[in-house]
Design a protein around this ligand. Structure first.
Ligand SMILES: [Zn+2]
Length: 201
């Protein structure tokens, strides 16, 4: 038995689940009990999926998106426009933009946004790598598709100041997207329009 009077394995599972963002002890307990009551195949599939995520998924060393090989399929795709790079916060944003079918260039995933409150500075994001890419590849325009939040705007302006001196145009997706909205959850039509109506910044 663990400290809480629960079998040790369950306490351990609760502890690990509680470390996930936004879960907390109460939800972790509920999830652990749910896993306990589910068929054995479910817990095996869940465990295997977690293990595979860490052992089989890598970050593409060019665009820093999730990939199973590097360079990823999009970076390798010769049909896509090399002159355009769309910068996004997270891999899910890249997926959402890809689904809008409006964009046929390449991507760059920052893995976050500049946020002084959360202690995230430019050095914590894949910004250095983006600049190195722009110095190496022949790029005409960078489209900044960070979320329309305060942090997203700050990041877009920061990138613009850094990139424009390199002779590369910087544009920001138009805001058919509401302020405070989340790219990941925006419908495809709104997102397609936002990319089409982007503004130079
Ligand atoms: Zn890639």
């Amino acid at each position: 038995m663990g400290q809480s009077g629960l079998p040790e394995s369950i306490s351990r599972l609760i502890n690990e689940l509680a470390k996930l963002p936004g879960i907390g002890e109460k939800n972790a307990t509920r999830l652990a009990f749910h896993i306990f009551r589910s068929p054995k195949t479910y817990s095996e599939n869940l465990a295997q999926a977690i293990i595979d995520t860490k052992s089989k998924v890598i970050l593409c060393t060019t665009c820093f998106n999730f990939a199973s090989s590097s360079p990823c399929g999009i970076c390798k795709d010769t049909e896509r426009d090399n002159l355009l790079i769309c910068v996004v916060e997270e891999p899910l944003d890249q997926l959402a933009i890809e689904k809008s079918r409006e964009f046929r260039g390449k991507y760059h995933v920052l893995h976050g946004v500049i946020s002084p409150i959360e202690g995230v500075g430019p050095e914590d994001l894949r910004i250095k790598e983006l600049i190195a890419r722009l110095e190496k590849e022949k790029v005409k325009e960078v489209i900044v598709a960070t979320n329309p939040s305060v942090e997203g705007e700050v990041t877009a302006l920061y990138l613009s100041k850094l990139i424009r001196p390199l002779g590369v145009e910087v544009s920001r997706i138009a805001h058919g997207i509401p302020m405070g909205g989340d790219i990941e959850y925006i419908d495809e039509i709104t997102l397609a329009r936002a990319i089409r109506d982007r503004k130079y910044i």
